[in-house]
Design a protein around this ligand. Structure first.
Ligand code: DGL
Length: 244
């Protein structure tokens, strides 16, 4: 079994890529919605939650854990790898491909406050940004609207405008989705950004990395099932978005 975890429904954007690459595996998806959003929270709290969810997955018999959350990866993956034997796959900030492909020399990154403060993001930025200007923006309100299952409409457009307009005004031709909730808003982001902007979602690359890690193990004996679990009571949005 593969454990997939996020602060809420966002990790479904990674789970979908995992299922399409490895449809015979069995999955346990854990939404930590009782504590969502992680973005503004203290890293030590996120580490605490990551350990609790990891213990839950190990109890279930998982062989691999995908931390399908940029904020949790930034705060906790080093700690998790140091304290558990089970392999972990975390989210990679996809700024490298965006920087390499940018023609305008300006790239926008949309993420949570926690992700922007993370060592992984800062070191990737320092290594690859070079001459390219990176315009960062915290996606205020975006996680909350996705958690409600509201993925389009005038209010969502307003939130998206506030986030991406500064990037577009600076001349960005790529927008990196640095939070796993944001791919649910990708159609709105693409519509408002226009045809000359490429929106980059790192989820497919993360799923390929999980597959590479699993290939070293024995073939799947799974049935292609997913069990959905949550720290919150209401999982109706989780189930609805898993069908999308
Ligand atoms: N989906 C998460 C991420 O990738 C967490 C968002 C949040 O809970 O603030 O960063």
């Amino acid at each position: 079994m593969i454990g997939v975890y996020d602060s809420g429904v966002g990790g479904l954007s990674v789970w979908k890529e995992l299922v399409s690459l490895m449809p015979d595996e069995d999955y346990v998806y854990y939404s930590d919605a009782a504590f969502c959003p992680y973005g503004p929270k203290d890293p030590s709290f996120i580490v605490e939650r990551a350990c609790a969810v990891t213990d839950f997955f190990i109890e279930k018999g998982c062989k691999l854990i995908v931390v399908a959350c940029n904020t949790a990866t930034a705060a906790a993956i080093t700690h998790l790898r140091a304290h558990y034997e089970i392999p972990f796959v975390g989210m990679e900030p996809a700024i490298k491909p965006a920087i390499l492909h940018s023609r305008s020399g300006v790239v926008g990154v949309l993420a949570t406050a926690g992700t922007f403060k993370g060592k992984l993001y800062l070191s990737t930025l320092a290594r690859f940004s070079g001459e390219v200007k990176v315009v960062e923006h915290v996606g205020e309100g975006l996680v909350e609207t996705v958690e409600k299952g509201v993925l389009d409409g005038p209010e969502v457009e307003g939130l998206v405008h506030r986030c991406i307009d500064p990037m577009l005004e600076a001349g960005a031709d790529h927008i990196v989705l640095g939070c796993t909730h944001y791919p649910f808003l990708q159609p709105v982001i693409e519509r408002l950004a226009g045809p000359y902007v490429t929106v980059v979602n790192p989820a497919p690359a993360v799923a390929r990395q999980a597959m590479r890690l699993l290939k070293k193990e024995e073939p799947s004996q799974g049935k292609g099932s997913t069990e959905f679990c949550s720290s919150a009571e209401d999982i109706s949005v989780l189930l609805r978005l898993s069908q999308m």
